[in-house]
Design a protein around this ligand. Structure first.
Ligand SMILES: CC(C)(COP(=O)(O)OP(=O)(O)OC[C@H]1O[C@@H](n2cnc3c(N)ncnc32)[C@H](O)[C@@H]1OP(=O)(O)O)[C@@H](O)C(=O)NCCC(=O)NCCS
Length: 173
């Protein structure tokens, strides 16, 4: 397994809480589904570009069985009542040589605390180390928080606006 499969870093959020940004593990399946269960319909719509009520076993396997080469996934883990829970996640899928598509989701009650930005930073660092040159994303035009996370990454950013979607490109240099 590549080194990214063992990735772990702890960060302090602005509210003083700690978050561990770490590689997704195969046994995170249930915790990941629990996080999806706590995510609002609007957030799931923004993540999947459509209403989602559930996922097929095949889709769940795609989310959980990542190889950390063509597909890399991080989770943000926080403590609730002394137990770790998944508050969000981010992943990239390599779509062409040197280029990967990213996607993010944070459980609504944890929005606005810097978890999205932390996931972005760590995912970009892993992507750069893996030799990737570009991260791309498709974002709904009204999804200001996601666009803001890309902006505050500090990476050179190019956006192409269409009526239904904003194409984002981040250069890893
Ligand atoms: C996009 C998402 C991952 C961001 O996660 P997060 O943990 O809230 O991100 P952060 O706290 O790091 O940053 C959010 C930024 O958006 C800003 N923001 C939030 N709502 C906003 C609004 N309505 N208008 C303007 N800015 C807004 C926040 O103020 C913050 O910026 P700041 O640090 O400059 O104040 C999260 O909102 C989410 O899961 N959305 C649903 C799924 C999704 O949209 N996925 C993207 C598909 S690629």
């Amino acid at each position: 397994m590549p080194q990214a499969a063992e990735y772990s870093a702890v960060e302090a959020l602005a509210d003083g809480r700690h978050v561990e940004i770490r590689a997704l593990k195969p046994d995170d399946r249930d915790a990941l589904l629990a996080a999806v269960g706590r995510t609002s319909a609007q957030s799931l719509y923004r993540r999947f570009f459509g209403a989602r009520r559930g996922f097929t076993e095949q889709e769940i396997a795609f989310f959980v069985d990542v190889d950390f080469v063509s597909h890399t996934a991080l989770v943000a883990s926080v403590e609730e009542d002394g137990r770790p829970v998944i508050a969000g996640g981010a992943r990239y899928v390599v779509v062409a040589p040197g280029k990967a598509e990213v996607a993010f989701a944070v459980v609504d009650e944890y929005h606005g605390r810097g978890i999205g930005a932390a996931l972005m930073r760590h995912l970009a660092a892993i992507a750069r180390k893996a030799g990737l040159k570009q991260l791309v994303a498709e974002v709904l035009p009204d999804n200001i928080p996601m666009l803001r996370v890309f902006e505050k990454s500090g990476l050179p950013l190019t956006t192409k606006r269409e009526p239904e979607v904003v194409h984002v490109r981040l250069d890893l240099g």
